[in-house]
Design a protein around this ligand. Structure first.
Ligand code: ZN
Length: 411
């Protein structure tokens, strides 16, 4: 990798965005009269952080369509005991050996050892319905684009009815923060799903979005860079131009050896893909890899002074899926349970309360303001329609200042 490589970053440096300068389409899309909206955004961006906190960097990580059921109870016995249900090519005996401990608390550790070994002891997890914790999407569609839009912009948009919506008219918290002096040029987006370029509205936001076919770094002339590009070009893509998670992980980790963003989005896609393909064995394998990848990122960043003890990971899903012998494969209005997701947070400001029980419901729309609040910024002040942050994962002073406007702030 060349020191300042990366297609998006180079483009951004050539065309610096004026801080609170001329009218930008992205700012206009906030539902206010343009001039008033600009003024408010400028005032908010210029304001001092709401409260002192230790977090200086946030990584928002999504495992597309990974169910809360697998997160909290591990592999589904119904789906690993019978290949007819799970569509698995791996034998039930081999799946049970790897992921089928009879105790669900051990089974979930087998599947997601970083989540249950590190995040659960040093952070918080929400969404175990058996313990009275619910995390729900509020969009009515329960597919990916509406979910990513909701978590990134702070509200469901009824205009967004599916994954083919096109460029997002709404401003993500990533675009908003990238428009501030402290974060400008220090925001990165990586993912496998090519539609993320529309969801982040890459042309308008000018965020460096590396997803799908833009994942390989075309400016990298090294032997490793050429090998990566060749493997990407010659590997069969199961869906569109989307790479497998392992490709994205490699590109991301290489990027982070050269660049140190303060705000990073990481979108893993394999868990959704293999469920749609009716391969429960590969859902488990890719969920296990996802957990490993998150652990790798945590370890890599903690070894860098900028990130050590100053970085919060927010880990979640864009939607749930159906349950039972058949509906686990799909998600949407026809599959009850697709609205149920989960949320995990680990970082220096998040009290180590582990798996939460008997807490108010959390909504997917709260993620955007939570990202901002962890960084000392008030997204709701800029976008009043956005949901309040999840106060329970913030530092105590920020919790006091956040003043959630509804009962969904968590405890
Ligand atoms: Zn899907």
């Amino acid at each position: 990798m060349r020191p300042h490589g990366g297609p998006g970053r180079a483009g951004r440096r050539r065309r610096p965005v004026k801080l609170c300068g001329e009218t930008r389409h992205g700012v206009r899309s906030v539902r206010r009269p343009p001039r008033l909206g600009l003024l408010l955004l400028c005032l908010v961006a210029a304001a001092a952080p709401a409260a002192p906190a230790r977090t200086r960097n946030v990584v928002l990580i999504v495992s597309d369509g990974l169910r809360w059921q697998e997160v909290f109870t591990g592999a589904d016995p119904l789906l690993i005991d019978d290949a007819n249900h799970g569509g698995s090519w791996t034998s039930p005996a081999a799946l049970r050996q790897a992921y089928g401990h009879p105790d669900p608390l051990e089974r979930r550790r087998q599947l997601l050892p970083f989540l249950w070994g590190t995040v659960a002891t040093r952070g918080q997890l929400y969404g175990n319905q058996a313990l009275g914790s619910h995390v729900r999407v509020t969009n009515a569609v329960r597919v990916s684009y509406p979910g990513y839009n909701e978590m990134l912009t702070g509200r469901a948009d009824p205009r967004i009815g599916g994954n083919e919506f096109g460029p997002n008219p709404n401003v993500t918290v990533f675009e908003w923060l990238n428009g501030t002096r402290a974060f400008h040029g220090r925001v990165d987006v990586f993912g496998t799903w090519s539609e993320l370029a529309d969801i982040f509205n890459a042309p308008r936001s000018r965020l460096p979005v590396r997803v799908g076919a833009t994942l390989p770094d075309a400016t990298d002339p090294s032997a490793g860079g050429r090998l990566f590009a060749e493997l990407y070009a010659t590997t069969t893509h199961l869906y569109g131009s989307n790479p497998f998670d392992a490709f994205m992980q490699h590109a991301l980790r290489a990027h982070l050896r050269q660049h140190h963003p303060r705000l990073l989005f990481v979108g893993y896609g394999d868990t959704d893909l293999w469920a749609h393909m009716r391969r429960y064995d590969l859902v488990l394998e890719t969920a296990h890899s996802f957990d490993r990848f998150v652990g790798e990122l945590w370890k890599q960043l903690q070894a860098i002074p900028q990130y050590r003890d100053r970085t919060t990971f927010i880990i979640t899903a864009d939607h749930g899926r159906g349950s039972g012998a058949v509906q686990w494969q799909e998600h949407g209005v026809a599959e009850p349970g697709s609205e149920d997701i989960w949320l995990a947070v680990i970082g220096p400001d998040t009290a180590p309360l582990g798996e939460r029980r008997d807490v108010p419901e959390i909504r997917q729309s709260q993620v955007a303001a939570t990202v901002a609040a962890l960084l000392g910024r008030d997204f709701v002040a800029a976008v009043p329609a956005a949901a309040a942050p999840v106060t329970a994962v913030l530092a105590a002073p920020a919790r006091a200042n956040a003043q959630p406007r509804d009962a969904a702030g968590g405890r």
